[in-house]
Every structure is written in structure tokens, then in C-alpha cells.
Design a binder for this molecule. Structure first.
Ligand code: GTP
Ligand code: MG
Length: 452
């Protein structure tokens, strides 16, 4: 248990219906009681666990806010410590003043994720579940949320625990073989078990790689000459008038970014300034930003206006090597076509749409699913949300088992096989959060906001 008591505002900063100041630690109830006055004179320190109390927070005898204080005594709390949540009216000033009052009484301002870190250190949740909490908070699509909630339920932890148990059993059987070389635990018996472990680790890894896409999302840049309908397409895909659309070429001067869910994957769409020889400084900067945007994209949607003859600038863009897959989009299919022959250039596919009336937009989304996700729409059962370092450990686990299998097939000695299995076993332990280094812990909890 921790010595000190931490406090923070647990709701988003800004005006809202309520603002919650959360305290956790041995002095949480006493500190809250020190700033709390109930109309009937009852004390939070006498309150039974999991009860809510009406009153005011006072500082220097002045009432700061009318509040509801929830008293939750250890161990059945988020952190397993004494916790008090003071529900204020919301708004920046009042909530902040309540926080200042408890800080003045001896609470320490919590660091990012410190409440959840305590929940982990006090054994209420596994590291895996702590990560899942961050994913729940950060989820950008329904699918991301579902996968995070699944993980919070501990599905990944139990899968790893099972693998670890089997690795331990396999190692134990091998030890017997090492100690009594003529006892001859046959490779025939161990090999299929190792193969089964490898198959399961490989499956988890494949799901984690799909999950990485759901978690980190993808980026798509919409580029083309001025006036071809880039902003109109962004708005159509978003189903809102986000970007300014006018018949004037050069309308969009800065990049505009929004996230849409495509097959449950958050896709950051970047509408860019039309590419042409800049006519002024602002436009030159816009064009530079367009080039930057394409560099950080996973795919480029290259738009051409098919109601106009193809311009030399279109041709240049079609010939450009963008370094990522390009989908050529012939826009304005609602108008008569005057574009003539459009060379394919570096694009891997092409499609005709009308951004204005939405014709063929579902097909465009289908193309994106095909090109970005290999045609496979992820579902909560086919993905796993893991951090990069966890994917790394999972890979190490699988590789260790794979090497042990190779060693068995080559007829190497049992202790050589065991050595490979041991590295897989160590990786499984790290994945369970046993002996995770402080730096990894810091990396995990820094993903949280203050107050979580
Ligand atoms: N008929 C028709 N008009 C369209 C279509 N898409 C866009 N437009 C029109 O084309 C004009 C330019 O559209 P924008 O979306 O502003 O074009 P842009 O590519 O963003 O242009 P810049 O920001 O200047 O680079 C507007 O008048 C749109 O209404 C379409 O599919 N059909
Ligand atoms: Mg535009």
C-alpha cells in the first residue's frame, strides 16, 4: 500500500454537467472530511463504505461548491485503497478550487494514470487489464472499444497464462530427460505439444497485428489538382460539411484532418490543398503540407475531375511515385465525361465516383477496405489490442517455441531444446507482467490522462 494520498480531477477539463475530484490513499477520507461540511453535521470519517453524502466543500470557512461525496473504503475500490470522489457542479473554476482545497490539506496531485497504476500495484487488476483500461479510454471506434472491453475481461491474460502453464509442463518433462538421459522422454511426445503451443502463439500474434491497425489507425491523404472535389469527398465520407467547398480553385489552403471508421478501423482522412504551381506564399505552404501529409499516409486517394480534359498537372500527379498505394479516383461522374484517356500511372486501382451526389461511394469504401485491410473487416474475435512491446514479447515467445521445435526435429540435445523453450517461458512471464521493468510501467501509465 502507498503512504501518500493522491488527488486529481477525473473528468475532462472544461465546462460540463459534473466535475469529479478523486482522492485515493490512506488519508483520502480524512482529507476529504477536512474540506466537507454536511448540513446535518455528519462526518465522512464515520461514513460506512460505498455511501454518498450531500454537503459543501469549504475553504477558509467559505463555501466553494455544493457537492456529493462518495466514500469508498478499501479494499473494494478502484485502487484497493480508500477512495473518495467529490462530485462538483462542473466548470473549471469550481472543480479546480475543490482540488486545490484537498491539495492544501495534504493530498498530492496524481500523475498520469496513477490511480490505475495503484490498482495494478495493489493487485486489483493485471497489467494487461490496466492496458485495456487505456484502450477503453482511447478507443476511436466501436470495434476498438469492444476489443478493449474484451481485454479488460482478462481474455488475453488467461490465454497467456495457459500458454505459460504448458511451457512449464513441457520444460519439466524435458528436465527429466536432461537429468536421466536414458529415461528417453521421446521427442515424439513433446514435439506435437510444442507445435500446438506455437500455433496458438502464432494465432495470438496474427490477431495482435490486426489489432495494431484498429488501435493505431490508418491515414489516407486525398490529393489532386485544385477544384477536382477533394473537400467534397472528405465531407461525403464524413457525412458532414467539415471542409469548405467552393467553385474557386485553391479553396483549401491548409490540411484538414478527420477520423472516420472504415470497417471498424479508425482512418484519418487528410484533405489537402490542391496541387499546382503556387500563386502566393500561403498556397506554397499549403502545397508543402500536402506533400508532408502524403508522406505520413498509408494510402493516397488521387482525385481527377473527369468532367474536364486531363491537364498536364493531372498527368504529373498520376506519374508521381507516392511511396504508398495509390487509388485513382475519377470524380464528378454525374457530369458528362471530357477527360479522355486517363493513364494508369502508379495507381493500383481506379474507380469512378460522384463526391457530390454520393454515387459509387460504397464501392470506394470497399476499395479502401480491400487495399488497407486486405479485404478483411476485423471483428472483436479476430483482433487483439496490444502495445508494441507486448507484440514484441509475443513474437519472442513464438520464436522461442519455433526454435525449440527446429532443435527437436534436428535431434539436438534436450538441454538445447530446453534453452529455447526457456526463452519463450521468460517472454510469457514478461507478458503476464511479472517483473516488468519500471520503464515499461512508466510507458504504460503515461498513456493515461491525469485523474485515471
Ligand atoms: N458536379 C459535381 N461537382 C462536384 C463534384 N465534386 C465536387 N464538385 C464541385 O467542384 C467544386 C470544387 O469542389 P471542392 O471540393 O472544393 O474541390 P477541391 O478539390 O477541394 O478544391 P481545392 O480546395 O481548391 O483544391 C465545387 O463547386 C464542388 O461543388 C461532383 O462529384 N460532381
Ligand atoms: Mg478543397
Amino acid at each position: 500500500m502507498h503512504e501518500d494520498t493522491i488527488a486529481a480531477i477525473s473528468t475532462p477539463i472544461g465546462e460540463g454537467g459534473v466535475g469529479i475530484v478523486r482522492l485515493s490513499g490512506p488519508e483520502a477520507i480524512a482529507i476529504a472530511d477536512g474540506v466537507f461540511v454536511s448540513p446535518k453535521g455528519s462526518r465522512l470519517t464515520d461514513a460506512p463504505t460505498h455511501t454518498i453524502h450531500y454537503g459543501h466543500v469549504v475553504d477558509d470557512g467559505r463555501r466553494i461548491d455544493e457537492v456529493l461525496a462518495s466514500v469508498m473504503r478499501a479494499p473494494r475500490t478502484y485502487t484497493r485503497e480508500d477512495v473518495v470522489e467529490i462530485g462538483c457542479h462542473g466548470g473549471i473554476v469550481a472543480t479546480r478550487a475543490v482540488l486545490d482545497a484537498v491539495l492544501a490539506r495534504g493530498a498530492r496531485l496524481a500523475e498520469r494514470g496513477e490511480f490505475t497504476k495503484r490498482a495494478y500495484l495493489n493487485g486489483r487488476i493485471s497489467l494487461d487489464q490496466a492496458q485495456a483500461v487505456a484502450d477503453v479510454v482511447c478507443a476511436q471506434t466501436r470495434l476498438g472499444l469492444e476489443a478493449a472491453v474484451d481485454r479488460l475481461g482478462g481474455r488475453f491474460s488467461s490465454a497467456i497464462a495457459a500458454l505459460r502453464d504448458e511451457l512449464a509442463a513441457l520444460l519439466a518433462d524435458l528436465e527429466v530427460d536432461i537429468d536421466f538421459p536414458d529415461l528417453d522422454v521421446v521427442v515424439d511426445e513433446l514435439l506435437p505439444r510444442a507445435e500446438a503451443i506455437e500455433a496458438r502463439a502464432a494465432d495470438l500474434l496474427a490477431r495482435a497485428e490486426r489489432g495494431a491497425v484498429v488501435r493505431e489507425g490508418l491515414t489516407v491523404a486525398i490529393v489532386g489538382r485544385p477544384n477536382v472535389g477533394k473537400s467534397t469527398l472528405l465531407n461525403a465520407l464524413l457525412a458532414e460539411e467539415r471542409s469548405i467547398v467552393t467553385p474557386v480553385p485553391g479553396t483549401t489552403r491548409d490540411t484538414v484532418e478527420e477520423v472516420v471508421s472504415i470497417g471498424g478501423v479508425p482512418v484519418r482522412l487528410i484533405d489537402t490543398a490542391g496541387l499546382r504551381t503556387p500563386t502566393d506564399l500561403i498556397e506554397a505552404e499549403g502545397v508543402r503540407r500536402t506533400r508532408e501529409a502524403t508522406k505520413k499516409s498509408d494510402l493516397v486517394l488521387l482525385l481527377v475531375d473527369r468532367s474536364k480534359p486531363l491537364a498536364d498537372e493531372d498527368r504529373d500527379l498520376i506519374r508521381t511515385e507516392w511511396g504508398v498505394p495509390v487509388l485513382l479516383v475519377l470524380n464528378k461522374s454525374d457530369l458528362p465525361a471530357h477527360v479522355g484517356d486517363v493513364p494508369r500511372g502508379t495507381s493500383i486501382d481506379r474507380i469512378e465516383i460522384s463526391a457530390k451526389d454520393g454515387a459509387n461511394l460504397p464501392a470506394l469504401t470497399g476499395c479502401l477496405v480491400e487495399l488497407l485491410l486486405g479485404g478483411e473487416i476485423p471483428s472483436r474475435n479476430t483482433i487483439l489490442l496490444l502495445d508494441t512491446w507486448e507484440r514484441d514479447l509475443l513474437r519472442r515467445l513464438r520464436d522461442g517455441v519455433a526454435r525449440s521445435i527446429a532443435a527437436m526435429r534436428e535431434g539436438l540435445t534436450p538441454d538445447m531444446v530446453a534453452e529455447e523453450l526457456r526463452s519463450a517461458y521468460v517472454a510469457s512471464g514478461d507478458l503476464q507482467g511479472i517483473d516488468v521493468s519500471e520503464s515499461i510501467l512508466d510507458a504504460i501509465f503515461s498513456r493515461f490522462c491525469v485523474g485515471k
